[in-house]
Design a protein around this ligand. Sequence first.
Ligand code: FES
Length: 100
Amino acid sequence: MVWTKVADKGKIPSGKGEEFDVDGKKIAIFNKDGYYALDAMCAHQNNSIACGEIEGDIVECPYHSWHYNIKTGDLQDYLKGIKQQTYKVEVKDDGIYIDI
Ligand code: FES
């Protein structure tokens, strides 16, 4: 367990997500009623879900509309058992950290 700072506080607008490179991994962090981090690359065709539209707890991949729960990483449609890895997020005084 290593907490790594990925961004300054306020970097990710409310209701949006952003992609970060952390230790060679592409991680999407969403600011939607709290912060949630998961692997950014969609299980469908390896495009980033970070800039997808969020409704409730669900982000829609902007490429072909697969849907993931931003809290659990679970794919919501098409295939069972597909899950993006999730990471704990903590907002500290000096920035946004994830446990990677
Ligand atoms: S790359 Fe995400 S749905 Fe196709």
